[in-house]
Design a protein around this ligand. Sequence first.
Ligand SMILES: NC(=O)N[C@@H](CC(=O)O)C(=O)O
Ligand SMILES: [Zn+2]
Ligand SMILES: [Zn+2]
Length: 394
Amino acid sequence: MPTSCSFPCQRSWISYHPSSINLRSHRFVVASSAAAGMELSLTRPDDWHLHLREGELLHAVASHSGDFGWRRWWCSARQFGRAIVMPNLKPPITTTEAAVAYRQSILKALPEGSVFDPLMTLYLTDNTSPEEIKLARQSGVVFAVKLYPAGATTNSQDGVTDIFGKCIPVLEEMAKHNMPLLVHGEVTDPSVDIFDREKVFIETILEPLLKKLPHLKIVMEHITTMEAVKFIESCSEGSVAATVTPQHLILNRNSLFQGGLQPHNYCLPVLKREIHREAIVSAVTSGSNRYFLGTDSAPHERRRKECTCGCAGIYNAPVALSLYAKVFEQAGSLDKLEAFTSFNGPDFYGLPRNTSKIKLRKSSWKVPVSYPYEHGEIVPMFAGETLEWLPSNN
Ligand SMILES: NC(=O)N[C@@H](CC(=O)O)C(=O)O
Ligand SMILES: [Zn+2]
Ligand SMILES: [Zn+2]
Protein backbone atom coordinates (compact mmCIF):
# COMPACT_ATOMS: atom_id res chain seq x y z
CA MET A 1 0.00 0.00 0.00
CA PRO A 2 1.48 3.41 -0.89
CA THR A 3 2.21 5.33 2.27
CA SER A 4 4.90 7.77 1.22
CA CYS A 5 2.56 10.67 0.66
CA SER A 6 2.59 12.27 4.09
CA PHE A 7 1.29 15.77 3.36
CA PRO A 8 4.59 17.60 3.72
CA CYS A 9 3.18 20.96 2.76
CA GLN A 10 -0.25 21.22 4.22
CA ARG A 11 0.84 24.02 6.48
CA SER A 12 0.21 26.35 3.58
CA TRP A 13 -3.39 26.90 4.56
CA ILE A 14 -4.51 30.36 5.48
CA SER A 15 -2.43 32.07 8.10
CA TYR A 16 -3.84 32.14 11.55
CA HIS A 17 -3.53 35.00 14.02
CA PRO A 18 -4.87 34.21 17.48
CA SER A 19 -4.11 37.77 18.50
CA SER A 20 -6.64 39.11 16.01
CA ILE A 21 -9.61 37.67 17.91
CA ASN A 22 -11.99 40.42 18.88
CA LEU A 23 -13.68 39.21 22.03
CA ARG A 24 -16.32 41.92 21.96
CA SER A 25 -17.51 40.93 18.50
CA HIS A 26 -18.56 37.47 19.60
CA ARG A 27 -19.80 38.06 23.10
CA PHE A 28 -23.05 36.26 22.34
CA VAL A 29 -21.41 32.91 21.84
CA VAL A 30 -18.46 32.99 24.19
CA ALA A 31 -19.20 30.72 27.12
CA SER A 32 -15.85 31.22 28.79
CA SER A 33 -13.06 33.43 27.61
CA ALA A 34 -10.20 32.57 29.92
CA ALA A 35 -7.31 33.38 27.61
CA ALA A 36 -5.94 29.90 26.94
CA GLY A 37 -9.14 27.92 27.21
CA MET A 38 -11.69 30.04 25.38
CA GLU A 39 -14.90 28.19 24.76
CA LEU A 40 -17.79 28.72 22.38
CA SER A 41 -21.21 27.33 23.08
CA LEU A 42 -23.17 26.53 19.91
CA THR A 43 -26.59 25.14 19.19
CA ARG A 44 -25.87 21.65 17.91
CA PRO A 45 -24.93 21.93 14.22
CA ASP A 46 -26.34 19.88 11.34
CA ASP A 47 -24.47 18.77 8.25
CA TRP A 48 -26.49 19.57 5.11
CA HIS A 49 -24.26 17.56 2.75
CA LEU A 50 -22.76 14.30 3.91
CA HIS A 51 -21.67 11.01 2.35
CA LEU A 52 -22.10 8.10 4.75
CA ARG A 53 -21.54 5.31 2.17
CA GLU A 54 -22.62 1.77 3.03
CA GLY A 55 -21.27 -1.52 4.37
CA GLU A 56 -17.91 -1.39 6.11
CA LEU A 57 -17.25 2.20 5.18
CA LEU A 58 -20.58 3.29 6.69
CA HIS A 59 -19.72 1.52 9.91
CA ALA A 60 -16.27 3.10 9.92
CA VAL A 61 -17.47 6.68 9.47
CA ALA A 62 -20.90 6.90 11.07
CA SER A 63 -19.42 7.62 14.46
CA HIS A 64 -17.53 10.67 13.21
CA SER A 65 -20.63 12.46 12.07
CA GLY A 66 -23.04 11.16 14.65
CA ASP A 67 -23.59 12.43 18.12
CA PHE A 68 -21.08 10.26 19.91
CA GLY A 69 -17.33 9.99 20.11
CA TRP A 70 -14.81 8.00 18.17
CA ARG A 71 -14.74 4.63 19.82
CA ARG A 72 -11.07 4.53 20.61
CA TRP A 73 -8.69 6.87 22.35
CA TRP A 74 -9.67 9.86 20.34
CA CYS A 75 -13.05 11.34 21.08
CA SER A 76 -14.35 13.39 18.19
CA ALA A 77 -17.00 15.44 19.87
CA ARG A 78 -20.52 14.45 19.50
CA GLN A 79 -20.99 16.76 16.62
CA PHE A 80 -23.97 16.90 14.33
CA GLY A 81 -27.62 16.47 15.20
CA ARG A 82 -28.82 15.74 11.67
CA ALA A 83 -27.33 15.30 8.24
CA ILE A 84 -28.62 15.39 4.70
CA VAL A 85 -27.31 12.05 3.47
CA MET A 86 -26.20 11.85 -0.14
CA PRO A 87 -27.73 9.11 -2.32
CA ASN A 88 -24.79 8.36 -4.65
CA LEU A 89 -24.37 4.73 -3.67
CA LYS A 90 -23.91 1.83 -6.07
CA PRO A 91 -26.68 1.42 -7.14
CA PRO A 92 -27.94 4.90 -6.28
CA ILE A 93 -30.89 5.60 -4.00
CA THR A 94 -33.50 6.45 -6.61
CA THR A 95 -36.69 5.48 -4.77
CA THR A 96 -38.31 6.28 -1.47
CA GLU A 97 -38.33 2.58 -0.67
CA ALA A 98 -34.54 2.42 -1.10
CA ALA A 99 -34.12 5.60 0.96
CA VAL A 100 -36.13 4.11 3.82
CA ALA A 101 -33.99 0.93 3.73
CA TYR A 102 -30.76 2.95 3.55
CA ARG A 103 -31.89 5.01 6.53
CA GLN A 104 -32.45 1.80 8.50
CA SER A 105 -28.93 0.61 7.73
CA ILE A 106 -27.50 3.95 8.87
CA LEU A 107 -29.46 3.80 12.12
CA LYS A 108 -28.18 0.26 12.68
CA ALA A 109 -24.60 1.46 12.23
CA LEU A 110 -24.98 3.98 15.06
CA PRO A 111 -24.42 2.74 18.60
CA GLU A 112 -27.32 2.45 20.96
CA GLY A 113 -28.51 5.67 22.43
CA SER A 114 -27.48 7.82 19.46
CA VAL A 115 -29.97 10.51 18.50
CA PHE A 116 -28.28 11.37 15.20
CA ASP A 117 -31.03 11.82 12.61
CA PRO A 118 -30.20 10.99 8.97
CA LEU A 119 -32.30 13.04 6.54
CA MET A 120 -32.56 11.11 3.32
CA THR A 121 -32.38 12.21 -0.31
CA LEU A 122 -33.31 10.74 -3.68
CA TYR A 123 -30.91 10.53 -6.62
CA LEU A 124 -32.53 12.20 -9.63
CA THR A 125 -32.35 10.33 -12.92
CA ASP A 126 -33.81 10.92 -16.37
CA ASN A 127 -36.59 8.52 -15.34
CA THR A 128 -37.58 9.76 -11.88
CA SER A 129 -41.36 10.12 -11.86
CA PRO A 130 -43.50 12.86 -10.29
CA GLU A 131 -45.23 10.01 -8.45
CA GLU A 132 -41.94 9.19 -6.70
CA ILE A 133 -41.81 12.76 -5.37
CA LYS A 134 -45.26 12.34 -3.82
CA LEU A 135 -44.09 9.13 -2.14
CA ALA A 136 -40.93 10.86 -0.94
CA ARG A 137 -42.88 13.72 0.61
CA GLN A 138 -45.36 11.35 2.26
CA SER A 139 -42.58 9.19 3.71
CA GLY A 140 -41.48 11.85 6.18
CA VAL A 141 -37.86 10.68 5.86
CA VAL A 142 -36.89 12.06 2.43
CA PHE A 143 -36.08 15.76 2.53
CA ALA A 144 -34.56 16.58 -0.86
CA VAL A 145 -33.67 15.32 -4.32
CA LYS A 146 -30.12 15.41 -5.61
CA LEU A 147 -29.11 16.37 -9.13
CA TYR A 148 -25.87 14.83 -10.35
CA PRO A 149 -25.22 15.72 -13.98
CA ALA A 150 -24.23 12.35 -15.48
CA GLY A 151 -20.46 11.97 -15.27
CA ALA A 152 -19.83 15.02 -13.06
CA THR A 153 -18.53 13.31 -9.92
CA THR A 154 -18.27 10.09 -7.89
CA ASN A 155 -21.05 7.60 -8.77
CA SER A 156 -22.85 10.06 -11.03
CA GLN A 157 -23.04 7.76 -14.06
CA ASP A 158 -26.77 7.21 -13.50
CA GLY A 159 -27.40 10.94 -13.14
CA VAL A 160 -29.25 13.33 -15.36
CA THR A 161 -28.26 13.62 -19.03
CA ASP A 162 -30.73 16.32 -20.07
CA ILE A 163 -32.46 18.24 -17.32
CA PHE A 164 -34.61 20.41 -19.59
CA GLY A 165 -35.59 17.52 -21.85
CA LYS A 166 -36.26 14.89 -19.16
CA CYS A 167 -36.83 16.38 -15.72
CA ILE A 168 -39.21 19.33 -15.91
CA PRO A 169 -42.36 17.43 -14.81
CA VAL A 170 -40.57 15.97 -11.80
CA LEU A 171 -39.10 19.35 -10.86
CA GLU A 172 -42.55 20.94 -11.14
CA GLU A 173 -43.83 18.31 -8.73
CA MET A 174 -40.97 19.10 -6.35
CA ALA A 175 -41.79 22.81 -6.46
CA LYS A 176 -45.38 21.93 -5.61
CA HIS A 177 -44.26 19.95 -2.55
CA ASN A 178 -41.61 22.45 -1.51
CA MET A 179 -39.01 19.71 -1.92
CA PRO A 180 -35.55 21.23 -2.47
CA LEU A 181 -33.36 20.30 -5.42
CA LEU A 182 -29.76 19.84 -4.31
CA VAL A 183 -27.33 20.46 -7.11
CA HIS A 184 -23.84 19.30 -7.93
CA GLY A 185 -23.31 22.38 -10.07
CA GLU A 186 -20.81 21.48 -12.76
CA VAL A 187 -21.21 20.91 -16.47
CA THR A 188 -19.68 17.72 -17.80
CA ASP A 189 -18.72 18.86 -21.30
CA PRO A 190 -15.09 17.71 -21.59
CA SER A 191 -14.27 20.75 -23.71
CA VAL A 192 -15.05 23.06 -20.75
CA ASP A 193 -11.99 23.66 -18.57
CA ILE A 194 -12.43 21.89 -15.24
CA PHE A 195 -11.91 25.15 -13.33
CA ASP A 196 -14.79 26.78 -15.26
CA ARG A 197 -17.37 24.04 -14.95
CA GLU A 198 -19.26 25.59 -12.04
CA LYS A 199 -19.47 29.00 -13.69
CA VAL A 200 -20.72 27.49 -16.97
CA PHE A 201 -23.25 25.38 -15.08
CA ILE A 202 -24.69 28.52 -13.48
CA GLU A 203 -25.00 30.24 -16.86
CA THR A 204 -26.32 27.35 -18.90
CA ILE A 205 -28.39 25.35 -16.39
CA LEU A 206 -29.18 27.14 -13.12
CA GLU A 207 -30.18 30.56 -14.41
CA PRO A 208 -32.47 29.22 -17.18
CA LEU A 209 -33.89 26.60 -14.77
CA LEU A 210 -34.86 29.25 -12.24
CA LYS A 211 -36.48 31.33 -14.97
CA LYS A 212 -38.55 28.31 -15.94
CA LEU A 213 -39.32 27.21 -12.38
CA PRO A 214 -39.07 30.27 -10.13
CA HIS A 215 -40.72 28.44 -7.24
CA LEU A 216 -38.29 25.56 -7.12
CA LYS A 217 -36.18 25.60 -3.95
CA ILE A 218 -32.54 24.98 -4.82
CA VAL A 219 -29.41 24.35 -2.77
CA MET A 220 -26.26 24.82 -4.75
CA GLU A 221 -23.98 22.36 -3.02
CA HIS A 222 -20.29 22.88 -2.21
CA ILE A 223 -19.87 26.25 -3.96
CA THR A 224 -16.33 27.07 -5.02
CA THR A 225 -16.32 30.31 -7.03
CA MET A 226 -17.04 34.03 -6.84
CA GLU A 227 -19.53 33.47 -9.66
CA ALA A 228 -21.47 31.09 -7.44
CA VAL A 229 -21.51 33.70 -4.67
CA LYS A 230 -22.82 36.32 -7.12
CA PHE A 231 -25.47 33.91 -8.33
CA ILE A 232 -26.65 33.06 -4.81
CA GLU A 233 -26.80 36.74 -3.84
CA SER A 234 -28.85 37.48 -6.99
CA CYS A 235 -31.59 34.97 -6.14
CA SER A 236 -34.52 35.62 -3.88
CA GLU A 237 -33.83 34.86 -0.24
CA GLY A 238 -35.29 31.60 1.03
CA SER A 239 -35.55 30.04 -2.41
CA VAL A 240 -31.91 29.48 -3.34
CA ALA A 241 -29.11 28.81 -0.87
CA ALA A 242 -25.66 27.22 -0.83
CA THR A 243 -23.68 24.81 1.27
CA VAL A 244 -19.99 25.44 1.80
CA THR A 245 -17.31 22.90 2.68
CA PRO A 246 -14.34 23.40 4.98
CA GLN A 247 -11.89 22.62 2.18
CA HIS A 248 -13.24 25.33 -0.13
CA LEU A 249 -12.96 27.83 2.73
CA ILE A 250 -9.47 26.82 3.83
CA LEU A 251 -7.58 25.59 0.78
CA ASN A 252 -6.94 26.88 -2.70
CA ARG A 253 -5.79 24.93 -5.73
CA ASN A 254 -2.12 25.20 -4.78
CA SER A 255 -2.87 22.61 -2.11
CA LEU A 256 -3.36 20.00 -4.81
CA PHE A 257 0.23 20.16 -5.96
CA GLN A 258 2.26 21.40 -3.02
CA GLY A 259 5.42 19.31 -2.66
CA GLY A 260 3.94 16.74 -5.05
CA LEU A 261 0.49 15.53 -5.94
CA GLN A 262 -1.81 15.59 -2.89
CA PRO A 263 -4.60 13.10 -3.55
CA HIS A 264 -6.28 13.71 -0.20
CA ASN A 265 -6.95 17.32 -1.19
CA TYR A 266 -8.69 16.25 -4.39
CA CYS A 267 -12.44 16.68 -4.48
CA LEU A 268 -15.04 17.88 -6.92
CA PRO A 269 -15.70 20.62 -7.66
CA VAL A 270 -11.93 20.93 -7.64
CA LEU A 271 -10.29 23.57 -5.40
CA LYS A 272 -10.05 26.96 -7.09
CA ARG A 273 -7.84 30.05 -7.10
CA GLU A 274 -7.26 32.10 -3.95
CA ILE A 275 -9.57 34.91 -5.14
CA HIS A 276 -12.45 32.45 -5.23
CA ARG A 277 -11.66 31.14 -1.76
CA GLU A 278 -11.62 34.71 -0.47
CA ALA A 279 -14.98 35.46 -2.10
CA ILE A 280 -16.56 32.44 -0.43
CA VAL A 281 -15.04 33.27 2.95
CA SER A 282 -16.41 36.84 2.77
CA ALA A 283 -19.86 35.62 1.77
CA VAL A 284 -20.09 33.02 4.51
CA THR A 285 -18.62 35.14 7.30
CA SER A 286 -20.79 38.16 6.39
CA GLY A 287 -23.62 36.58 8.32
CA SER A 288 -25.88 36.08 5.30
CA ASN A 289 -28.50 33.40 5.89
CA ARG A 290 -28.09 32.11 2.32
CA TYR A 291 -25.13 29.91 3.30
CA PHE A 292 -24.97 26.95 5.62
CA LEU A 293 -22.76 24.13 6.76
CA GLY A 294 -22.40 21.19 4.38
CA THR A 295 -19.15 19.34 4.82
CA ASP A 296 -19.37 17.14 1.71
CA SER A 297 -17.36 14.73 3.83
CA ALA A 298 -16.71 12.02 1.24
CA PRO A 299 -14.67 9.09 2.52
CA HIS A 300 -12.87 6.77 0.14
CA GLU A 301 -10.62 3.98 1.16
CA ARG A 302 -6.97 5.04 1.18
CA ARG A 303 -6.10 2.67 -1.69
CA ARG A 304 -8.76 4.32 -3.86
CA LYS A 305 -7.28 7.78 -3.24
CA GLU A 306 -3.59 6.92 -3.59
CA CYS A 307 -3.57 5.21 -6.96
CA THR A 308 -3.26 5.93 -10.67
CA CYS A 309 -6.84 7.15 -11.02
CA GLY A 310 -7.76 8.38 -7.57
CA CYS A 311 -11.32 9.07 -6.45
CA ALA A 312 -12.60 12.58 -5.81
CA GLY A 313 -13.67 13.28 -2.24
CA ILE A 314 -12.17 14.60 1.00
CA TYR A 315 -12.92 12.95 4.31
CA ASN A 316 -13.38 15.91 6.63
CA ALA A 317 -16.07 14.88 9.14
CA PRO A 318 -13.69 14.68 12.13
CA VAL A 319 -12.11 18.09 11.42
CA ALA A 320 -14.94 20.08 9.87
CA LEU A 321 -16.14 22.01 12.92
CA SER A 322 -12.61 22.92 13.96
CA LEU A 323 -11.95 24.26 10.47
CA TYR A 324 -15.17 26.24 10.17
CA ALA A 325 -14.43 27.83 13.56
CA LYS A 326 -10.94 28.71 12.38
CA VAL A 327 -12.31 30.44 9.26
CA PHE A 328 -14.80 32.53 11.23
CA GLU A 329 -12.21 33.35 13.86
CA GLN A 330 -9.72 34.43 11.22
CA ALA A 331 -12.38 36.71 9.70
CA GLY A 332 -13.20 38.22 13.11
CA SER A 333 -16.73 36.83 12.77
CA LEU A 334 -17.04 34.19 15.46
CA ASP A 335 -20.36 35.78 16.39
CA LYS A 336 -21.71 34.63 13.00
CA LEU A 337 -20.52 31.02 13.29
CA GLU A 338 -23.59 29.63 15.01
CA ALA A 339 -26.04 30.87 12.37
CA PHE A 340 -23.93 29.17 9.70
CA THR A 341 -23.51 25.89 11.57
CA SER A 342 -26.89 25.61 13.26
CA PHE A 343 -29.61 28.07 12.13
CA ASN A 344 -29.51 28.83 8.40
CA GLY A 345 -29.78 25.19 7.31
CA PRO A 346 -32.88 24.19 9.31
CA ASP A 347 -34.49 27.56 8.57
CA PHE A 348 -34.06 27.00 4.83
CA TYR A 349 -35.38 23.44 4.99
CA GLY A 350 -38.28 24.51 7.20
CA LEU A 351 -37.17 22.28 10.05
CA PRO A 352 -36.83 23.15 13.73
CA ARG A 353 -33.43 24.21 14.99
CA ASN A 354 -31.73 21.79 17.35
CA THR A 355 -32.22 22.48 21.03
CA SER A 356 -29.12 20.85 22.51
CA LYS A 357 -25.71 22.49 22.57
CA ILE A 358 -22.12 21.62 21.87
CA LYS A 359 -18.93 23.36 22.86
CA LEU A 360 -15.90 24.32 20.88
CA ARG A 361 -12.89 24.66 23.11
CA LYS A 362 -9.85 26.64 22.04
CA SER A 363 -7.31 23.91 22.60
CA SER A 364 -4.94 22.07 20.33
CA TRP A 365 -5.67 18.55 19.20
CA LYS A 366 -3.96 16.28 16.74
CA VAL A 367 -5.86 14.83 13.82
CA PRO A 368 -5.30 11.06 13.57
CA VAL A 369 -3.15 10.04 10.60
CA SER A 370 -5.84 7.59 9.53
CA TYR A 371 -8.92 5.71 10.65
CA PRO A 372 -8.33 2.01 10.14
CA TYR A 373 -11.21 -0.41 9.78
CA GLU A 374 -11.30 -4.11 9.07
CA HIS A 375 -10.25 -4.13 5.42
CA GLY A 376 -8.86 -0.67 4.86
CA GLU A 377 -8.29 2.78 6.25
CA ILE A 378 -9.51 6.31 5.63
CA VAL A 379 -7.19 9.30 5.66
CA PRO A 380 -8.88 12.42 7.03
CA MET A 381 -8.29 15.98 5.87
CA PHE A 382 -5.26 17.44 7.68
CA ALA A 383 -4.17 13.98 8.78
CA GLY A 384 -1.51 14.23 11.47
CA GLU A 385 -1.84 18.03 11.72
CA THR A 386 -2.66 20.01 14.84
CA LEU A 387 -5.91 21.95 14.90
CA GLU A 388 -7.08 24.59 17.34
CA TRP A 389 -10.76 24.18 18.10
CA LEU A 390 -11.88 20.99 19.80
CA PRO A 391 -15.61 20.18 19.75
CA SER A 392 -17.19 18.49 22.73
CA ASN A 393 -20.52 17.90 24.37
CA ASN A 394 -19.68 19.33 27.73
N1 LIG B 1 -17.14 15.79 -3.57
C1 LIG B 1 -16.47 14.77 -4.09
O1 LIG B 1 -15.37 14.96 -4.59
N2 LIG B 1 -16.95 13.50 -4.07
C2 LIG B 1 -18.25 13.08 -3.63
C3 LIG B 1 -19.33 13.38 -4.63
C4 LIG B 1 -19.70 14.84 -4.69
O2 LIG B 1 -20.15 15.40 -3.69
O3 LIG B 1 -19.55 15.46 -5.74
C5 LIG B 1 -18.18 11.55 -3.37
O4 LIG B 1 -19.23 10.94 -3.27
O5 LIG B 1 -17.08 11.02 -3.23
ZN1 LIG C 1 -20.94 17.03 -5.59
ZN1 LIG D 1 -20.87 15.39 -1.97
